[in-house]
Design a binder for this molecule. Structure first.
Ligand code: GLN
Length: 488
């Protein structure tokens, strides 16, 4: 039997009622993964392990135990989230063969909610990239047009959901790696407030920017996943101990009162030059829909937006150069075997083990932290970062959520930007500011281009204001109406 259960909610309800077993759900997802192996969404998918996790849910049900909110729901996991007993490689040669001895906190929480961990999703190496092409194993293809990139770095997580293999996945977002691929693939992608979700077990790229979050087919499923993974973790001192609000009230408010009483900030800078006209139109329409649903639109200003990318690449690379120092061929993963002596071992392992983009970041990060340049680059970037925070503070004194495009254009072609890092980096111009300021942000699909590619818009809220973010996102999703479905 083929189970056509589009959302995580539908799966959970059907499993809880006993209409279908978690094993059947898992089996169908495995079949779909097999049928769509052309997309390159997974680096590792262990059938027995997936079925065993599903069986545990079925056993719990047969014993009459209360089932969690994600009972029986298969969830794809980005390959930079540690998972015990399977490879965790960050799609890098240097971690080939590495297995973690513990589960990331988010995975433990997912399991506690009944979620079935479903394979290791492909990604840009160490989460550095915006196209999925930096995976050392294989690129991931966009299911809407296989000659196009799915976005990155959480390429496999986005494609696993967009292609209907699984309804939910987890990714990580340092500068846009959840929202940008969500926009390119036509799914919902959420980056929670920094500190809302524990980062324990997320292989660190830039610790002050990294955050784990879900991809989902719709806003309600994203809410379920968020509620499952958010909350304090005593083993991550940077995770917040604020209570996690239930999002039911926000979703109900979206249904009952739409956007009444909410102000939507429109940054004047977001109609920047270089914005694709179809993306600009979709953004205008999204604003008009929110206004018609009762929102008041207010102009706000993010004057530093043109400097977001420069600031991000100094800070993120500086942190990456430090975080990635641990991969030396001695303690983890792959090592160059025919090295002569320690220095040669380190040099050759790191030169051969990391791909070109990762090496570029390590060199850039080392440079901006070096004695003579520290203040001119790193110090200056930190000052600009503080100003970004202040600009958002000012904006949020005038509005409740901010709306911008998620990306300047729809998905670009495979190979188009790979030799031009600067044009690749530009894909994140709208998503980076929320990371610099630690704010929650979500990409919601709103339209399709004339070429049939998905277009998303981004909502940003003040820190820990996920409830407002979800209210606005749910209204937008309802008002935009149904979008074209992917032909299978
Ligand atoms: N594309 C950005 C980069 O390459 C963001 C990556 C991310 O969010 N992990 O750094």
């Amino acid at each position: 039997m083929t189970v056509e259960l589009g959302t995580a909610r539908a799966i959970q309800a059907a499993v809880a009622r006993g209409d279908v077993s978690a094993r059947e759900v898992a089996r169908d997802a495995l079949e779909r993964a097999d049928a769509r192996s052309d997309l390159g969404a997974f680096l590792h998918l262990d059938e027995d392990r997936v079925l065993a996790a599903a069986d545990r849910v079925d056993t719990a049900r047969s014993k009459g135990l209360t089932l969690g909110a994600l009972a029986g729901v298969p969830v794809a996991i980005k390959d930079n989230l540690c998972e015990r007993g399977v490879p965790t490689t960050c799609a890098s040669r240097i971690l080939q063969g590495f297995e973690s001895f513990y589960d990331a906190h988010a995975l433990t929480r997912l399991g506690a909610a009944g979620g079935v961990s479903f394979g290791r999703a492909n990604m840009d190496e160490f989460a550095m990239g915006s196209s999925g092409e930096n995976s050392s194993v294989k690129p991931t293809l966009n299911p809407w047009d296989r000659s196009r990139v799915p976005g990155g770095s959480s390429s496999g997580s986005a494609v696993a959901v967009a292609s209907g293999i699984v309804p939910l996945s987890l990714g990580s977002d340092t500068g846009g790696s959840i929202r940008q691929p969500a926009a390119f693939c036509g799914v919902v992608g959420l980056k929670p407030t920094w500190g809302r979700v524990s980062r324990r077990g997320l292989v660190a790229f830039a610790s002050s920017l990294d955050q784990i979050g879900p991809f989902a087919v719709d806003v309600k499923d994203a809410a379920l996943a968020f509620e499952a993974i958010a909350g304090h973790d005593p083993d991550d001192s940077t995770s917040s101990n604020r209570g996690v609000p239930s999002l039911d009230a926000s979703l109900a408010a979206a249904e009952q009162s739409g956007m009444k009483g909410l102000r939507v900030g429109v940054p004047e800078e977001s109609s920047a030059e270089g914005l694709d006209p179809e993306v600009a139109r979709a953004t205008e329409r999204a604003l008009a829909l929110l206004e018609a649903a009762g929102a008041q639109l207010v102009p706000v200003s993010l004057p530093l937006l043109p400097w977001a990318i420069d600031t991000y690449y100094v800070i993120a690379s500086a942190e990456a150069s430090s975080n990635l120092a641990r991969f030396d061929g001695v303690r983890y993963g792959w090592r160059c075997e025919d090295a002569k002596g320690v220095v040669d071992l380190l040099e050759r392992t790191r030169t051969l083990g990391f791909g070109p983009e990762v090496r570029r970041r390590i060199m850039l990060g080392t440079w901006v932290l070096s004695a003579g340049y520290f203040d001119a680059y790193y110090g200056q970037a930190q000052r600009v970062r503080t100003k970004f925070r202040q600009d958002f503070e000012r904006a949020f004194s005038l509005c409740d959520v901010i709306l911008t495009p998620t990306t300047p254009s729809p998905a670009f072609r495979l190979g188009e930007r790979i030799d031009d890092p600067l044009s690749m980096y530009l894909a994140d111009i709208f998503t980076i500011p929320a990371n610099l300021a630690g704010l929650p942000a979500m990409s919601v699909p709103v339209a399709h281009s004339s070429g049939g590619l998905p277009i998303g818009v981004q909502l940003v809220a003040d820190a820990f204001e996920e409830p407002r973010l979800f209210q606005a996102a749910a209204v937008l999703e309802r008002e935009r109406g149904p979008l074209p479905a992917l032909g299978r």
